[in-house]
Design a protein around this ligand. Sequence first.
Ligand code: UDP
Length: 238
Amino acid sequence: MERGAKLYEGKAKVIYATADPQVVWMEFKDEATAFNGQKRGTIAGKGAVNARITGLVFEKLAAAGIPNHLVQQLSERVLLTRRVQIIPLEVVVRNIAAGSLTKRLGLAEGTKLPAPVLEFYYKNDDLGDPFVNDSHIAVLQLATPEQLQALCAYSRRINEILVPYFAAAGLELVDCKLEFGTADGEIMLADEISPDTCRFWDLTTGEKLDKDRFRRDLGNVAEAYQEVLMRLERGTAL
Ligand code: UDP
């Protein structure tokens, strides 16, 4: 498979065309940004680690019946994925209070939520990805009511699958951000699932093993990403 024209460059990935119009080349970068692009840096080896983690997680989800865009892992930092039309919403699923939720609702970081919480953010860099509810989504026509219902159902199911999957690797899935797309009218999970887009805490020590190490300058950022991959590979090999 040859790499074609660049279609899109985001903060953590570059998307290229391929000879197959249905398939794109998703290349993961080592660059990292936080706080809406205000903090920038590089995490050595992140691209390869996040490509591998996303590959493993999406294979797990496909086996559990969640349609997603993964076609195959092509090389260390490249996944071939279905070309989709991204629905401009970020769906955040939370099991434990952290990040923006602690600020917005005054909950202490680490508060276990009695039930998973679902949130929607409008993907719009100029607006700083604002929080939106279902009436905003309807008025802005970001998704149809049927699509929104499917996004909610898939997101809850994905969380139900991933909580025990990560727990088997000694990781608490605190929260994660999901994106969906459509291809031939079908909704599927897209983008990535990695320490860039989820919070993972060590199940026994509570140590942070995700992008919060970069956001908060906690050190050992690359090592934390490697640790997540190592544990998942060990977990899936069992
Ligand atoms: N997240 C993400 N991309 C974003 C915003 C959030 O991947 O643009 C992830 C983030 O890594 C965390 C979860 O979504 O796992 C919830 O993030 P939160 O709303 O707490 O925002 P943050 O603390 O990142 O400002």
